[in-house]
Design a protein around this ligand. Sequence first.
Ligand code: NAD
Length: 255
Amino acid sequence: MLMQGKRVLVCGVANERSIAWSIAQRLHSEGAELAFSYPNEAIEKRVRPLAESLDSALVLGCDVTKDEEIDSMFAELAATWPEIDAVVHSIAFAQREELKGRFLETSRQGFQLALDISAYSLVAMARRAEALLAARRGAMLTLTYFGAEKVLPHYNVMGVAKAALESSVRYLAADLGPNGVRINALSAGPMKTLSAAGITGFKTMLHHHEERAPLHRNTTGDDVASTALYLLSDLSAGVTGEVVHVDGGYNIIGM
Ligand code: NAD
């Protein structure tokens, strides 16, 4: 049991299709105790029963656009768990109109919102989590996508946000490292989730991925959960600041 006795905050479960849910289930099966967060009442209704099904009673409100909610989530968490072993950041958002048409048309407000929720939130969370994680030489994990590295149709401002996120992981790794805290990103291949449904032409992406990836199949929740387990457990004790691709090898193909 790789996570026996370990305490993990999981942010980003919206429903049973969420990548964070696959990760949570795997961590729980390896013995982890879990806490969850939700950004609003609608998501809270979905997250509470899922959390209960994994014996978790710690379900905390946190809309990451609000500093005071990030503060209160970590204060509530610390009141129950003064030390934690891991944080999963599986949060992203862009307005639907930004995920179609030309990137050139991205509005200032749409750009700011996407970068705020999808990239800055990791920095804001890492700052609050640092002391709780340091006591147990813990780890953080965030979810990214290949659109950070290359241009993909309609991914637009999310690609720019993911590039900022991946760079933030490296800068955070340098800051957190001296305290023994690690942080890594997992770059998942396309998966059918609530967020993915907002991307125009997402079905075409799935077909293309299956056809071109060396493994000739799409990425599964189990694929992502296994690598998340590695990145959050002592198996990866010497790894920080990395972006690990879990995409059937799609990213290595040039032509
Ligand atoms: P999802 O919709 O299940 O998860 C996205 C989560 O972000 C939701 O739980 C939502 O509540 C949360 N969120 C949005 N705005 C928030 C806010 N203001 N405050 C707090 N939480 C907020 O979709 P998913 O595909 O599981 O996405 C999880 C992560 O994985 C995202 O970072 C996404 O970009 C990344 N990712 C997804 C894919 C894919 O194809 N689905 C591929 C690679 C990376």
